[in-house]
Design a protein. Sequence first.
Length: 250
Amino acid sequence: MPSSPGASLPLPSLSVEDILLWHSIPRPLVAAMSGGTLEEGLCKAIAFERLPMTPGRIIALGGAPGSGKSLTLAKLAARYALKAQKSEGRLKKPLVLACDHNPGSYAKLASVLTGYDVELVKAYHGIVPTGLDRQDRMTLVDLPGVCIYSRSGMAEMQEIVERTGATLSLVIPAGMDPEETADIADAFYKKGARTLIASRLEQSGRIGGIVTAAACGLTLTYGSFSSSITAGFTHLTPQILAKRLLILPT
């Protein structure tokens, strides 16, 4: 099986199919990705694009409890804040709406964002305080963690997204069972999500759940490789993801 430049298979005896199966990617998806290089297979199954972080955009990050969505949001907010500081006034500092009313959620987010020029506002249940300047600002919405099998939880999430006027994006951590991530991706897709961010890529060997979730119709945007707010966060491309898939135990 051929391999592409920069993403050579670690052992001559391993095929692209072997790599994908080791990551627990479902066999039907492996079959659809076969017939070429690893990067070509990824391009067959997944769309790759940057998350639209521009003035006036409102993006809500959702996911299961413990998915890493709040840290992911903080990384996005911190990077935009630094960009705004360098813009000589052309960009306003980002706005973060903390909609997760669970105990400790707001305090944790505030602690992580300390030192960054980000406006953090409590907006529990998606109720945004009146008089808040939202015009031409990049806004990020921190949603409560949700179980897709909870009708009330999913309904609450959708209400918050609608109240804030946000576009929904899903955060999935590496290491989850691919069948489970497919269910989560499908549930979020039905609620309007069209983009995916991969978290905790540094904590798991098998990352087939990320590939499987993205193949459910979600455009793969960023990947987090570190628990640090200032490091290990990159736009994922077929080349980068292929190299990550090739990190196997020795």
